[in-house]
Design a protein. Sequence first.
Length: 437
Amino acid sequence: MNKPSEIAPATGKLGVLIPGMGAVATTFIAGVEAIKAGLGQPYGSLTQMAAIRLGKRTENRSPRIKDFVPLAGLEDLVFGGWDVFPDDAYAAAVHAGVLDNSTLDALKEPLEAIKPWKAAFDRDYVRRLDGPHVKEAKSKRELVQQIRADIQRFRADTGVDRMVMIWCGSTEIFLQPTAVHASIEAFERGLDANDPGIAPSMLYAWAALQEGIPFMNGAPNLTVDVPAMVELATERNVPVGGKDFKTGQTLMKTILAPGFKARMLGVKGWFSTNILGNRDGEVLDDPYSFKTKEESKLSVLECILQPHLYPELYEKLYHKVRINYYPPRRDEKEGWDNIDIFGWLGYPMQIKVDFLCRDSILAAPLVLDLVLFTDLAQRSGRRGIQEWLSFYFKSPMAAPELYPEHDLFIQLMKLKNTLRFMQGEDLITHLGHEYYD
Ligand SMILES: NC(=O)c1ccc[n+]([C@@H]2O[C@H](COP(=O)([O-])OP(=O)(O)OC[C@H]3O[C@@H](n4cnc5c(N)ncnc54)[C@H](O)[C@@H]3O)[C@@H](O)[C@H]2O)c1
């Protein structure tokens, strides 16, 4: 048996701070309200639905995760957020068009009460977006201060006990780490100098970490995936994680690719294309934002298939990802994959996947789980990168010397073993030899 972690109880209210109150955020918030009102079930959420096996298979101990670790309850969540548009959560959800109007009308009162604060926004970082609800400031430092003031006001007004911030804002232009991201000091200087390497998403993250609030990143933006942020998170004992919610096509990839590798089947080509027509699709229509998303989507296969170990199977893999903005589809994305594989003696085969999905319906339960697990991580004294939450991300953050783990099933095992470890239960290795001795 491991020694259980000391976990502070989930008493009081948990504030959920969301930069970007668009389709994903409002589907998440409205979903929580709908579940609380008995209007729907939390399908897709591990924290609400999944069981966890404990001990030997003969023990038949499989409690629900929410009964095994102390998580905040849905009734304890209080929402606040920022957006470039002043619409309250009801109006934003109607605009997003994900949930039907009869569901939203039943939830009008709690949703209308959530009004976003002015955004820290700059069109240089999201070129297809322009809105009126934006903070004015002379420097990036001043913007961080204004975000911190919003957080402090929210804390005072609502009396929340703890908070988690989760980025559900747009995909920003592609940025790579530079000197300004190398240390806390360099970043602080960059805030005064308005360094172009500091994107708006980083201002929210910096504000959160300074306030001792964990930060999770649902977009592929660089944001907390730089040394200065990890250093600050470690110094302040705060968890961070990202990047980019693993939902439609990439979820499929991380389910299928481990299977091909497990059976030593080769992959010659993987062509992925999408049509989607929501605001996210419009933002991604800009090549600078698309580049950020493309990098995130492309990294997956290389890491799972390990061409350096299996050059004859995967070295020549041609991987192409396309996203096409097509307004009639709104949030109901369609993702096609053509996969050219080969088997025994090199004989070729093809697999076609056509996933008619709903982007925000797949993303909303991930937001809920990330909020609840991140709060648990904070209460159990974990800080810095939360690799055990890789399960939720297309492009998981990992320590600099490690390659990220992309295989969905390894990620799930890592997540569940972390929960077992926290509670002092045996880790499950699936060895199983004791049943036959
Ligand atoms: N839906 C999915 O399946 C999915 C999967 C992975 C990642 N994502 C990412 O999640 C994010 C949200 O997706 P969505 O479909 O809700 O998009 P959306 O366009 O509906 O919502 C994003 C919101 O962020 C706001 N915003 C942009 N910059 C901001 C800033 N600096 N401060 C405050 N608000 C800001 C926009 O005004 C918009 O309302 C996107 O980055 C998307 O790429 C979504």
